[in-house]
Design a protein around this ligand. Structure first.
Ligand code: HGY
Ligand code: MN
Ligand code: MN
Length: 398
C-alpha cells in the first residue's frame, strides 16, 4: 500500500483554507465554516470512492462499502482559536490511507470526521452521542457559552443528515492519528508517539452570585464580590490539591464570564468552567471532592450564592494492545529509534469509540508543544512520516 504524501499534504492545506484566520483556523462546531468543511470533506470522500454519510449530529463518515471495515479519522471542528492540524491531520491522513488501500485493492478503510470534538457544547459531544455515552435528547439540552443549544446547533446542518446513527459493529477497529499537542516528541526530536492510554476528564460549570454594587462607594467589608470569590477559590484549590495530584495532573479554569463586567461595578456574578484531567479515575474523584468542598466553603465565607452545573466527564482509557503493537512496529520501520510509547494528556474521540471496538492512536510532534493556538504547527516531514506509519500499520494488520 503506497500512500501519496504530496496528495495528502495538498488536501490538508485545502482543508486549512476553510475557516483560515492567519496561520490558524476557526471552524467551531456547526458554524458556517465547519459545515462548509464537512460538505467539502463529503465530496473528497465521494471522489475517493467512499460513500459520504452524515448522522443526526453531523458526524461525517466516508463508508468503504457495506461490509466490515477498519475505521480511521478524527474531527474537523476546531477550538474558537484553533490550530490548522488539531483533528484535521487525523481526518486527512485517514482519507489518504483509505485512498491508498483502495488503490492497492484493500483492506476496506472507512473514514470519519466526528462533530464537536472540541466540546463547544460539552466534551467530545459528537462521538459521545454516537457511542451511546449520552442520549440525543440529553445532548440537545447542552448549551454553548454563547447560549446556543446543541439542538439549535445541529439543526443548522439538518438538511445534510443521511440517516440514523451508524451501528459501530460494522467497524472492526478505530485508529486515530493526531498531533501530540504537547512538548515531549518535539523536545526529544522524535517523530512518532504510539499512544498507550488517554487521560480521563471532568468538567463543571460553576456560578457564584453576589451583588453588583458601586465600585467607589461600597466598603470592602460590605461587598458580595463574585470575582473575589473566584479568586479565593482558585487560591485555596491550588493549595488543597497539592498533596492529591501528580506532575501530569492538570486542572484549568479556562472560561470565565464576569457580570456586569464593568470597571466601576463590583462583580455581582461570575460563571466559570472548572475542568480537571488525570489518568486515574480515583484521583479524579478525590479532586472532585476537594473542588466541591472548597467552592461551598468559599461561597459561604463571602455570602455568595452557588450554582453547580451538571458534571460532564470521560474515564481514562487504555489503547488496544494489538493495534498499538502494529503502530509500534510500523514506527520502528519508518522512524527507527525516533519514536516512543506515551500517554495522551489531550482528550480524543478515540475514548468514546473505545466503548465499541479496539482502538489506538498515533501522535506526530507539535512544534514547541503549542496547540489550541493559531501558532500550532508540525514539520511537513513529520506529517508525512505519521501518514506512512499509519499506512504501514494498516497493511500489517491486514
Ligand atoms: O481538550 C482536548 O483535550 C481536546 O483537544 N478537545
Ligand atoms: Mn483534537
Ligand atoms: Mn483540540
Amino acid at each position: 500500500m503506497q500512500p501519496n504524501p504530496q496528495r495528502f499534504l495538498d488536501s490538508l492545506h485545502a482543508l486549512r483554507a476553510i475557516g483560515a484566520v492567519g496561520t490558524g483556523v476557526v471552524r467551531p462546531a456547526y458554524s458556517d465554516k465547519d459545515i462548509e468543511a464537512r460538505k467539502w470533506l463529503a465530496q473528497q470522500f465521494r471522489d475517493a470512492g467512499l460513500t459520504p454519510y452524515f448522522d443526526p449530529v453531523g458526524n461525517l463518515f466516508g463508508l468503504a462499502g457495506d461490509g466490515p471495515s477498519l475505521l480511521m479519522g478524527s474531527h474537523s471542528d476546531t477550538q474558537p482559536e484553533g490550530g490548522w492540524l488539531d483533528g484535521a491531520y487525523g481526518v486527512m491522513a485517514a482519507l489518504e490511507v483509505a485512498r491508498a488501500a483502495k488503490e492497492a485493492g484493500g483492506p476496506a478503510i472507512s473514514v470519519v470526521s466526528f462533530q464537536d470534538e472540541e466540546g463547544r457544547f460539552g466534551v467530545t459531544t459528537g462521538s459521545t452521542v454516537w457511542a451511546g455515552g449520552r442520549s440525543l435528547a440529553e445532548a440537545d439540552l447542552l448549551t454553548a457559552s454563547d447560549g446556543t443549544t446543541y439542538a439549535e446547533g445541529r439543526a443548522r446542518m439538518a438538511d445534510l443528515v443521511s440517516g440514523d446513527f451508524l451501528d459501530p459493529a460494522r467497524f472492526t477497529g478505530f485508529i486515530e492519528a493526531h498531533i501530540e499537542q504537547g512538548p515531549y516528541l518535539d523536545s526529544a526530536k522524535e517523530a512518532v508517539g504510539v499512544v498507550t492510554a488517554i487521560v480521563g476528564i471532568r468538567l463543571i460549570e460553576i456560578t457564584l452570585t453576589g451583588q453588583s454594587n458601586h465600585a467607589g462607594t461600597t466598603p470592602m467589608h460590605l461587598r458580595r464580590d463574585a470575582f473575589q470569590g473566584l479568586a479565593d477559590f482558585n487560591q485555596q484549590l491550588n493549595d488543597r490539591l497539592r498533596n492529591v495530584v501528580r506532575p501530569e495532573t492538570v486542572w484549568t479554569i479556562g472560561h470565565v464570564s464576569v457580570h456586569p463586567n464593568g470597571s466601576s461595578i463590583v462583580p455581582g456574578k461570575v460563571v466559570f468552567s472548572m475542568q480537571w484531567r488525570d489518568g486515574d479515575s480515583d484521583r479524579l474523584a478525590r479532586m472532585e471532592r476537594i473542588i466541591r468542598d472548597t467552592i461551598v466553603e468559599v461561597a459561604g465565607a463571602r455570602s455568595l450564592d452557588l450554582q453547580l452545573g451538571k458534571m460532564l466527564g470521560l474515564e481514562p482509557v487504555a489503547m488496544d494492545d494489538r493495534l498499538q503493537q502494529a503502530l509500534a512496529d510500523a514506527a520502528e520501520a519508518e522512524a527507527p529509534g525516533k519514536w516512543r510509547r506515551m500517554p495522551s494528556g489531550a482528550l480524543h474521540d478515540t475514548t468514546n469509540v473505545a466503548r465499541h471496538m479496539p482502538v489506538a492512536m498515533l501522535f506526530v510532534p507539535s512544534i514547541g508543544g503549542v496547540s489550541h493556538n493559531f501558532d500550532e504547527d508540525t514539520h511537513e516531514e513529520d506529517l508525512a512520516t505519521g501518514l506512512k506509519v499509519m499506512a504501514r500499520a494498516v497493511a500489517g494488520l491486514s
